[in-house]
Design a protein. Structure first.
Length: 320
């Protein structure tokens, strides 16, 4: 982090009420997914500047499994002492509560909302060799003329890719067959191989294939067109504003974590995200910094769950 940004961060932190973490003990940032993914990258990019701002070690702890449920349960049962935070996602605090009958954590009561870390725009891509369409309107027309004859891939039942696909079907009045895979890697590989024609993904993952021409992007979920895909319209431009919400990653703490600690962490995140080098590293991954207030993020979590419940009801998705 640049010296001037670090100095301003320390000044900002010093105006908060007198709360200090246990000296020498690291702050743990639990990532409920394996290393290497966008969630993990976000946490690791932010861990260093946060450690500088807070003058406390920050370590990333990957606790993957069960669609993020294992890691989130670990956070929820941790002591509310400001030494454990969790990286929540649209999957853990939107999709999972909507599709699973039982979760080992309460997505609202089990946590204190801290802040949204980043937003991650979504994209619908097709294999251009398998589908004779050039744009979004042509895809909708083709699907309506061939109901149930086109399939779309997702990383698995109940994943955000699955939900995005069902939201697309609901809003466009089209029909596609859902093909769930065990992870994003196998899913995109089969789309590239032509086994499946359509895929709903985050821009960060599909961008290299779009740039190479192996996949064609038809729409993105973002407030405006992306610099990396300037010729691809947003869902809102195309008349589907309900599909325009991007994915996101945020920070939560165990329920009962003192408000001054929560506020101090939120301000530290917001300051780190203002640093040009941090923003650049995230942008290279197709991620865009946020840093909203705890109140704003809490409202967002409640809203996301309600939205995903409607999608799950439409698609009749209920998982054990």
């Amino acid at each position: 982090m640049h010296r001037r940004h670090l100095l301003s961060a320390l000044v900002a932190a010093s105006i908060l009420p007198g709360i200090s973490w246990a000296q020498g003990r690291p702050i743990r940032m639990v990532v409920p997914f394996p290393p290497g993914g966008a969630t993990d990258i976000t946490a690791r990019v932010l861990s260093e500047p946060l450690a500088q701002i807070l003058q406390q070690p920050v370590v990333v702890d990957n606790r993957a499994g069960a669609g993020g449920s294992i890691g989130m349960a670990e956070v929820a049962r941790s002591a509310p002492d400001g030494l454990t935070f969790g990286v929540a996602t649209l999957s853990t605090h939107g999709v999972n509560p909507a599709v699973y009958q039982k979760l080992p954590y309460d997505p609202i009561k089990g946590f204190v909302a801290v802040t949204e870390l980043v937003k991650a725009p979504g994209v619908i891509v097709i294999n251009p060799k398998e589908l004779p369409v050039a744009n979004f309107a042509e895809l909708v027309k083709y699907l309506k003329a061939n109901p149930g004859k086109v399939s779309y891939a997702s990383p698995g039942n109940g994943t955000i890719g699955h939900m995005w696909g069902e939201l697309f079907k609901s809003s466009t009045g089209t029909s596609m067959v859902h093909i769930p895979y065990r992870g994003a890697g196998p899913a995109v590989n089969d789309v590239l191989a032509g086994q499946v024609s359509v895929y709903f993904d985050q821009v960060a993952s599909s961008l290299p294939y779009v740039k190479s021409g192996k996949l064609r992007a038809l729409a993105v979920s973002w407030p405006s067109r992306l610099d990396v895909l300037p010729d691809v319209p947003t869902y809102a431009e195309l008349g589907y504003p309900a599909n325009n919400d991007p994915s996101w990653f945020g920070l939560v703490a165990p329920a009962g974590t003192p408000a001054p600690i929560v506020l101090r962490m939120q301000q530290a995140v917001a300051t780190a995200l203002k640093d040009p080098s941090v923003r650049e590293r995230l942008a290279l991954q197709g991620l865009y910094g946020s840093g909203n207030t705890p109140a704003e993020f809490e409202k967002q979590l409640v809203s996301e769950i309600e939205k995903m419940k409607k999608v799950a009801a439409f698609a009749r998705i209920r998982l054990d």
